[in-house]
Write a protein that binds this ligand. Structure first.
Ligand SMILES: C[S@@+](CC[C@H](N)C(=O)[O-])C[C@H]1O[C@@H](n2cnc3c(N)ncnc32)[C@H](O)[C@@H]1O
Length: 198
């Protein structure tokens, strides 16, 4: 993968810190669109929090919500911890192998990350496992960044609407809505609906 694009997939050091500031601005529309899809969250996980701007935004609106975040980058953990203090439980973790118990979150959110996942169906199964019945995944992505990642590493599969739809269907979850929210950007609301017998 191109070293510049790799910084977005696993930011580190000073370049990661600087890019985090840029992304906080360039991703603001997606962050706001994700926020608008949250309905009284009580326990929420963010996958790929980078410098913690999105979690900070949510903590300001939903004081009682228990916030957690994971990111694959240890450097970003220390930056986000400084920003969020005790407002969120943060850890370094790969979303393909999450250590959370079954059915513990009512919302999982992830912005601008899905095109870095090696095995999207595995990640979506993991998300389904940790979501409570009728819990929701809010997934925001930028198709322009996504195509650049895919071009740099063609093994990355969730880079357009069709790839997202295919992976969500493969995981057994259901897309409830897709809303555009800026140039090439969109937010998917994805539900984990259990059949009545379960
Ligand atoms: C482009 S940044 C997006 C950051 C932030 N969500 C935003 O909207 O500004 C992608 C983030 O996902 C994280 N990430 C990538 N692959 C991951 C994985 N497998 N598990 C957890 N985090 C991951 C990266 O370390 C990085 O912080």
């Amino acid at each position: 993968m191109d070293p510049f694009i790799r910084q977005f997939g696993k930011p580190s050091g000073l370049p990661g810190k600087m890019l985090g500031k840029v992304m906080a601005v360039s991703n603001r529309k997606m962050h706001r669109a994700v926020l608008s899809e949250l309905k009284a969250p009580s326990k929420l996980l963010e996958i790929g929090f980078w410098s913690g701007h999105q979690l900070e935004m949510i903590s300001r609106r939903y004081h009682a919500c228990e916030l957690s975040g994971i990111d694959i980058s240890a450097d970003m953990l220390s930056i986000a911890k400084k920003r969020l203090g005790t407002k969120a439980k943060l850890s370094v973790c790969n979303c393909e192998q999450m250590r959370f118990p079954d059915r513990c979150f009512d919302f999982v959110i992830t912005t601008d990350t899905c095109y870095f996942w090696n095995d999207p169906i595995k990640v979506l199964h993991e998300i389904k496992r940790i979501l409570r019945p009728n819990g929701r995944l809010i997934l925001a992505y930028n198709s322009m960044y996504a195509r650049a990642v895919h071009k740099s590493d063609p093994t990355k599969g969730m880079y357009d609407d069709a790839g997202i739809e295919k992976a969500v269907t493969g995981s057994g979850m259901k897309i409830q809505s897709r809303k555009p929210c800026g140039m090439g950007q969109a937010v998917f609301v994805i539900s984990h609906i259990l059949p009545p017998s379960e």
